[in-house]
Structure formats: C-alpha cells, structure tokens
Design a protein around this ligand. Structure first.
Ligand code: MRU
Length: 377
C-alpha cells in the first residue's frame, strides 16, 4: 500500500545482494562486496581477491560503516591467509585503512589472533587460514545477533522516553543493513519502531559530502516501506524549531572510555540542537565500538578526507568518492575542510544503546561496567 509519499508498504530485503559475503569458487576464495559508492543507481558487486583490493575498497567507501568494517577486516585477514599472502602485513594494512572506526582494528585483530593461535599450535598456514575464516564468520554472526538485540533495547527505550508512540526520528549517515551483519544499529531501532507501528516519520539527513543518508539510508528506508523524508543537513535546525523531531538516533564509529562519541561529521551539531530543544539524543552501537583504550574524545583520531569530496559533486551514476573528476562546485584550487567524523561529548548523549543493554546517563563508570560485563577490556 502506498502512503502519501508514494512509498510501498512492503518490508523487502534492504538490498538484492548482501553487503558482504565470502565465496570459494574453483579459482580460489574471494570476498564479494556490494559497492556502496554505486548506490542508489545500481547494485554492483566488487570482488576482492586480495587484501590490497579490500584496503582500496575501504578507502573509497565501497565498504563502510563501523560494524561492517570490522567484519570486512576479519574476512580480509582470512583472505590473505587463504591466498598465501603475508598475514601480518595484510592485517596491518587493513587495520590502518581508516583510523576512526575502532571496529576495523578489532575485527582484524580477532582474525589475526585466531590465525596466529592456530599456527602456534603447529597447525600450519592452511589450518591458520581456516581458523581466521571461522573467526570472521563468528564475528559476522555475532554482529547480526547484536543488531537484533540493539533493536529490542532501543525500541524499549523509545517507549520509555516517548510514551504514546508515533515517533518522529531524525537520523544521520547510514546505519542499516548496509553496515552490519544484521539490520544495523540506529536504523535497526527505527525499523523496529516501524514494524511495531510506532514510526510516524524517519527524517533522513542527506549527510554531506558523500551523501550516505540520501544515497543509502533513503534507499534502505524506501525498500523497507518506511515513512521517510530526506532533508539537507542544514535544514535540521528548522525541523527542531518546528517541533517535528521527537528523538535523534545515530550510530558510532568509536566510543571513548569517557563516553565521547565519534560519528559521521554533522552528528555533534545535531546533539547541540537536540539539547537546546530538549529532545533525546540516542547513540546505538555494538559493544565492539566502545574502546576502553581511548580515554576521551580528544584522543580519537578523526579521519580527514580529500578536499575534492567537498569541492566537487560526483557526476550522476558515477562513484561518489572517486579520485576527483566530478562537477566542480567551488573555484579551482579551493581548499576544503573535510573531516569524516566529529565527536560529541558524553554530556550531550542521552543514552548509549548496545546489545548488552542501555547506558544512561552516559558515564565512564557505566561504560566500564558494560565493557566488563561483555568481556571487552
Ligand atoms: O564514513 P562512513 O560512511 O563509514 O561513516 C559511517 C558512520 O559514521 C556511521 O554512522 C557509523 O559507522 C555507525 S554505522 C552503524
């Protein structure tokens, strides 16, 4: 059934092909990615036969989003091992492909540790490769389960904070099935609200400069039959002042020990707006995104992206994050400030929702307790 915006009411699969999958054709194992730079125009697959192809895919954002980067990193180590490449070298290159999302290095470490433990036992590289693959598959499964539990906890929290239902939720960047082994993080909560008949509207920030909201979140929301509306990032203020936002739901790339949250650039201004307008600002992330080794927000390395992503618009149907060559929107030679993420201090975060439960208020002690409970030290 179509609603006012002409969207179908079906809850279809988020994409025709999964965001990531491992395959073993006769020519040797490969990691197949859905190339996210081509969405929403087309679902094109990218086949990685070695870790360096995966490093490139991570850099171009063909594969992206914190939980999926962790899964991809783990499979990347398994791929290097299975193809007989130097595992440590591949692991270092993968872990360093993007600096902010801690899940990437966590996933890489998990597969590398599994490989090394097997080899140390005298298992040999083939058994090491099998162990690394098993670790990657396990992480993939765990992320899917975490996603389901985050959605349950998040939906319950929305019910507590906003009794009466009919939620109008604002989200930023893309946090759905495209970034996860399951249905995602913040988006999975909005989807659960939709399925429970409690989502009145999903406000989707376009998410400049690479448009993860417009290209990816709107794509997933449309396929799910959710009532959604796209806005430019700088329209959010007027939406708040019109009283049209009941809650903000975002994901995270790294949560420091003090509760500071690094997420897609533009998240922090939303937190400030939310506080001013007395609207809950909720972060949804698996426990693997909490990094007890990063003490505070100032210690989080924020990735700086190339200026052309701001000074040019990608040509329609072309990869958004290519090596320039798009349509110029600024004079030639213009310098651009292009951080991929910003950091929201804990005092602006109403709650952090994880698969292990909700931390609110967001304090170092609350997060430390969560990490201890889940064995993430
Ligand atoms: O640069 P990206 O597209 O990888 O940034 C992704 C985000 O900022 C997401 O919000 C974050 O990874 C959380 S995804 C569950």
């Amino acid at each position: 059934m179509a609603d006012l915006y002409g969207q179908s009411g079906d809850d279809k699969r988020p994409t025709e092909v999964p965001a990531i999958r491992w395959e073993e054709p006769p020519e040797g194992p490969v990691l197949v990615l859905l190339d996210q730079t081509r969405l929403p125009a087309e679902e094109v697959e990218l086949v990685c036969t070695d870790a360096s192809a995966l490093v490139e895919a991570i850099g171009s954002l063909a594969v992206r989003g914190a939980p999926l980067l962790g899964i991809a990193g783990a499979y990347g180590v398994a791929l290097a091992a299975a193809r007989g490449f130097a595992v440590d070298e591949a692991a270092d290159a993968l872990a360093g492909a993007r600096p902010t999302a801690v899940n990437l290095s966590v996933g890489v470490r998990r597969a590398r540790d599994a490989y090394q433990a097997e080899v140390a036992k005298g298992g040999g590289p083939e058994q090491g490769a099998r162990a690394a693959l098993a670790a990657a598959r396990q992480l993939h499964r765990e992320d899917a389960e975490a996603s389901t539990r985050m959605a349950q906890h998040g939906l319950a929290l929305l019910g507590e904070l906003l009794p009466g239902g009919g939620h109008r939720i604002l989200t930023h960047c893309n946090t759905g099935a495209l970034v996860s082994g399951g249905e995602g993080t913040a988006f999975a909560v909005a989807l659960a609200a939709h399925r429970a008949g409690q989502l009145r509207r999903l406000w989707v920030d376009e998410t400049r400069p690479l448009l993860q909201g417009a290209r990816l979140t709107a794509y997933e929301a449309a396929r799910r039959g959710m009532a959604y509306t796209l806005l430019t990032d700088n329209a959010a203020g007027s939406l708040f002042s019109a009283g049209e936002v009941d809650a903000v739901l975002i994901g995270a790339d790294r949560i420091a020990a003090d509760g500071s949250v690094a997420n897609k650039v533009g998240s922090y201004p939303l937190a400030v707006l939310a506080r001013y307008h007395h609207v809950p600002f909720i972060v949804v992330a698996p426990v693997t995104t909490v990094d007890p080794h990063t003490p505070d927000g100032a210690s989080i390395e924020v990735e700086q992206r190339p200026g052309f992503e701001v000074t040019e618009m990608a040509a329609p149907q072309a990869p958004v994050s290519g090596a320039g060559g798009g349509i110029p929107v600024a004079p030639l030679g213009t310098q651009a400030y292009n951080p991929a993420f910003d950091v929201t201090p804990p005092e602006l975060v109403t709650a952090i929702v994880t698969e292990e439960g909700v931390v609110s208020p967001v304090t170092a002690d609350g997060l430390a307790e969560l990490c201890a409970r889940s064995g993430r030290a």
